[in-house]
Design a protein around this ligand. Structure first.
Ligand code: ASP
Length: 413
């Protein structure tokens, strides 16, 4: 019997995951059926994410080093750098402006019961981290011994090591062609293994969604439903209208064509809530389905997975305004400008793992004197919001690679 395509299998996995999760939630958390099913779903889901993580570090290292080294052949290094960073900052800026505008317009949290706010935050001990310390910690964290960074799976430090190695390979030229050859083979082998892992994706994604749907606390979500709706709605406006529009204007690629090629990565991002875990799939999609050249994709996408997070930036800005509303604080234009910059910083600094944006959001809240303890309120809904924002984070990385490819080729023509 011929199996349906991987895309179709993944879609079936999504539908089954949500349905089974819903059934388990209605049976109740205490029932042995639910507990056993969640145990199995937990095992399968974790295994899938573990497999993706297994290939993550070699993939990031090899693809960035090779990506930078390959740019030499096209004499485009400078242009691609500038275009990539320019696009990252611009698209995150658009996302934050959208988030701030929607929050100012819909004012989520404005009429909410403050006693609940006080109760929920009473027991929460947040780590205080002033802006300066945050910068210092980030700087210390990114320059590390490459071996320890690789061994400990520190993605940001690995990105920096690979960038430096790639630059050295460019400057060294033919003298180090063996090293480049080795790295290219490592990259190809890793991508082959990714293909094997993807065959398990329908099952893994189904298991993750069963767990997500069955374990959400319905009461808490309904209390925060308005905020959730505003954030998800705005994130979707950015992901479904703003980003595809930018893509269409710059490259002429239609949204329909893009989504068909990007589907695997978007669904994996949604189910794993991790840009980093999704990276192998993202690279596969842009190279194989969306026809981005390997040298551009290998540079833009891994860098974007750690530094370019539109969904996270939008969320951090919206959440800051939500907390201000809860606390009855009116944020001035100047305050909102600070939120703009710190939300971008928080998004750049957040690693591509589940709920990372919650951690860096402390910086945003502190920068305008909002109660950091409010994070306790946001934690229960974070898993839900993280799905959509991670999908948009990953979408943006794919669009960035397509836009950069188009502009770099146009300028060099
Ligand atoms: N989960 C997000 C990602 O991996 C980061 C975040 O928490 O916002 O892209």
């Amino acid at each position: 019997m011929k199996l349906p395509s991987l895309n179709t299998q993944i879609l079936i996995g999504v539908v089954l995951g949500f349905s089974l999760g819903g059934v388990l939630a209605s049976i109740g958390k205490q029932s042995p059926v639910t507990q056993n099913s969640l145990y199995v779903a937990g095992l399968v889901g974790t295994l899938f994410v573990d497999l993706l993580k297994m290939v993550l570090i070699p993939l990031v290292f090899a693809s960035i080093a090779v990506g930078v080294a390959n740019l030499r052949a096209h004499q485009q290094i400078h242009r691609v750098w500038v275009l990539t960073l320019g696009f990252f900052v611009l698209s995150m800026g658009v996302a934050i402006v959208l988030g701030l505008s929607a929050s100012n317009f819909f004012k989520p949290g404005a009429g909410m019961h403050l006693s609940m706010f006080a109760d929920a935050t009473a027991n929460f001990q947040a780590k205080q981290m002033p802006l300066g310390d945050f910068f210092a910690q980030m700087l210390h964290g990114i320059f590390r011994n490459p071996l320890s960074a690789l061994a400990q799976g520190d993605v940001l430090a690995v990105v920096v090591c690979a960038l430096v190695l790639g630059i050295a390979l460019v400057i060294g030229g033919d003298r180090y062609k063996n090293m480049l050859f080795l790295l290219r083979e490592l990259l190809e082998i890793t991508l082959m293994i990714v293909g094997w892992i993807m065959r398990l994706a329908p099952l893994g994604i189904m298991a993750l969604l069963v767990n997500l749907t069955a374990t959400q606390d319905a009461a808490l979500i309904s209390t925060l439903a308005y905020f959730v709706a505003v954030v998800i709605g705005t994130t979707l406006v950015h992901g479904v209208i703003a980003l595809p529009l930018i893509l269409f204007v710059v490259t002429g690629v239609t949204p329909w064509h893009f989504w068909r090629g990007a589907r695997e990565a978007l669904i994996t991002a949604f189910a794993t809530s991790s840009s980093s875990a999704t990276l192998p799939v993202t690279l596969r999609c842009v190279e194989q389905h969306l026809h981005v050249r390997r040298d551009i994709a290998g540079f833009v996408v891994p860098l974007g997975a750690t530094c370019n997070m539109d969904g996270t930036a939008l969320y951090e800005a919206s959440a800051a305004l939500f907390v201000a509303n809860l606390a009855g604080i009116d944020l001035s234009f100047g305050h909102q400008l600070i939120v703009f910059f710190t939300a971008m910083l928080g998004a750049i600094g957040a690693p591509g793992i589940p709920s990372a944006g919650m951690v860096t959001m402390i910086v945003v809240l502190q920068s305008v004197g909002l109660p950091v303890e409010a994070i306790a309120i946001l934690l229960p809904i974070d898993r839900l919001l993280d799905t959509v924002r991670t999908a948009v984070n990953v979408e943006d990385d794919m669009i960035a690679s397509m836009v950069v490819q188009k502009l770099a080729m146009r300028e060099s023509a």
